[in-house]
Design a protein around this ligand. Structure first.
Ligand code: 5GP
Length: 206
């Protein structure tokens, strides 16, 4: 049977919530999920690599990408540019594969209006105290601005209303399992299957 288009799946969450770990575990559980790699002007952190974690580019290259309409959406987060390359997302979705987008709330809002079939998930910490603790342990040696990131988290929580699902990352294994269940359920939605059922003669035109 012809495949339905892939679903863009936005996974947002405050810095330090452990989204990276949850997404990595989710991809182990659901290996058919493809991760969108964003373009950014932020410098790489230790251990990050170009093309895997981000496409690390100059401000000039990023602004050129905006001008040439190469990005589905872009935003300035913590004084750096971040954006989702358009051609990759389009190609993967048109091949029927679901794409994970680890992007912020501004990006989530853009995906909602461009891809109404997309699903938006927000990963929350069990408490603000726990978020502070996780940020603090991650910030060691990195020079990340902890208070700036905590303030940004509180601001983001005001926009939770645009998300379809909230997942609490108390335990990363459990959270990743919940994310996979959400995606499985989205794949089985009736409105997604209906055009295919009509195309294959299982359902007749009304
Ligand atoms: P970090 O610098 O910690 O990797 O990411 C900072 C924030 O930027 C995170 O909230 C992350 O989800 C967001 N982000 C990463 N890539 C993109 C993108 O392509 N678009 C948008 N809108 N946000 C992004």
């Amino acid at each position: 049977m012809t495949k339905a288009r892939g679903i863009p799946v936005v996974v947002s969450g405050p810095s330090g919530v452990g989204k990276g770990t949850v997404i990595a575990l989710m991809r182990q559980r659901c290996p058919d999920l493809v991760l969108s790699v964003s373009m950014t002007t932020r410098p790489p952190r230790p251990g990050e690599s170009h093309g895997k974690d981000y496409f690390f580019v100059s401000t000039q290259r990023f602004e050129e990408a905006i001008q040439k309409d190469e990005l589905v959406e872009w935003a300035r987060v913590y004084a750096h540019y971040y954006g989702t390359p358009k051609s990759f997302l389009e190609t993967i979705c048109s091949q029927g594969q679901d794409v994970i987008l680890d992007i912020d709330v501004q990006g989530a809002a853009a995906i909602r209006s461009l891809y109404p079939e997309g699903i938006l998930i927000y990963v929350l910490p069990p408490s603000l105290e726990e978020l502070r603790r996780r940020l603090f342990s991650r910030a060691k040696g990195e020079g990340d601005d902890l208070e700036l990131r905590l303030a940004q988290a509180r601001r983001e929580f005001r926009f939770l209303g645009i998300y379809d699902y909230l997942v609490i990352n108390d335990d990363a294994e459990t959270a990743s399992e919940q994310l996979c269940h959400i995606i499985m359920a989205a794949r089985l939605r009736r409105e997604r299957a209906e055009p295919l059922l009509i195309a294959h003669g299982i359902l007749g035109p009304a």
